[in-house]
Ligand binder design. Sequence first.
Ligand SMILES: Cc1cc2nc3c(=O)[nH]c(=O)nc-3n(C[C@H](O)[C@H](O)[C@H](O)COP(=O)(O)OP(=O)(O)OC[C@H]3O[C@@H](n4cnc5c(N)ncnc54)[C@H](O)[C@@H]3O)c2cc1C
Length: 301
Amino acid sequence: MIDIIIIGGGAAGMTAALYSLRSGKSVLVLEKENFGGQIANSPRVENFPSIKEISGSDLSSNMFDQICNLGAEFELENVEHIEKVDDHFVVKTDYNEYEARAVIIASGVHHRKIGVAGEDDLIGKGVSYCAVCDGAFYKDQDVVLIGDANTALQYALLLSNYCKSVHICTLFDHFFGEDILVKRIYERPNIKITHNLALQKFNYKNELESLEFEDTQTKQKLVIPCAACFIAIGQVPENDKFANLVKLDHGYIVTDDACHTATPGVYAAGDCRSKKVRQLTTAVADGAIAAVEAVNYIDRK
Ligand SMILES: Cc1cc2nc3c(=O)[nH]c(=O)nc-3n(C[C@H](O)[C@H](O)[C@H](O)COP(=O)(O)OP(=O)(O)OC[C@H]3O[C@@H](n4cnc5c(N)ncnc54)[C@H](O)[C@@H]3O)c2cc1C
């Protein structure tokens, strides 16, 4: 029996592990893709207090090393179901079943798809949701970036370092990201911006060749040839599989301020929970709170 199982090895999950381990509890972190979660895909983090600038992958590795040194256990497995059995929990993954006294769900969010025909066929053939992962494949080529908030702006800046041109296409008539990022975007000579565009079609044979947009104001068609299309239009939660134990609001897990869910012994931390601000700092804060509450719950029993 493990004391605390943490679902998700992102910033929230790893912080929850840090606090749980330092309270003397045994911890298993289950991660389905990559430790670090979303922030591992960030080219540059500049708003984590005390660190002026760091890449998301370095930040993730530092967190990972820190909890490894404290004795965290890890498995790369996808959690499919949690069940309450007597006074403990059974966590079922695609490979195994584990028992725990308490569970912290830190499952984050996943990139949103644009929902245009051909999108799935083109993943790895010109369509990407991660400039950090795939951007370098398009060195010296023309790429399009669809999106208008911080992630899109960060991706455009990164891509403009090595792509020939980056054409940012936004659905509305302005950006929603931080002013400092918008200012940097306008300073880059190889970034072009067109607002009010709705993607209608991917033109492709084996690989992406061009994108077909409609101007939402003039209704005119615009075809943009490109080697790649990076899509950064927000995120969606994936918590339906936990709905037997937690209450969901638009897919996000409902908690109180102390990260308690509808089931005592089950906590939710980070971007997966219903809240206003989804950032690194709020994810790590949740991780700490959820862990302290989980530790208290176990100690009270
Ligand atoms: C490109 C990009 C740049 C960003 N830049 C910044 C920034 O500069 N500053 C800032 O403050 N914030 C930034 N953010 C937001 C920040 O990364 C997130 O708010 C924060 O990392 C959320 O952490 P989390 O642990 O809650 O979730 P996530 O990072 O989403 O981690 C959740 C983890 O859970 C795993 N998981 C999900 N379901 C399961 C399951 N069933 N079984 C096992 N594992 C599962 C996922 O694979 C994932 O690794 C950025 C986000 C992106 C995408």
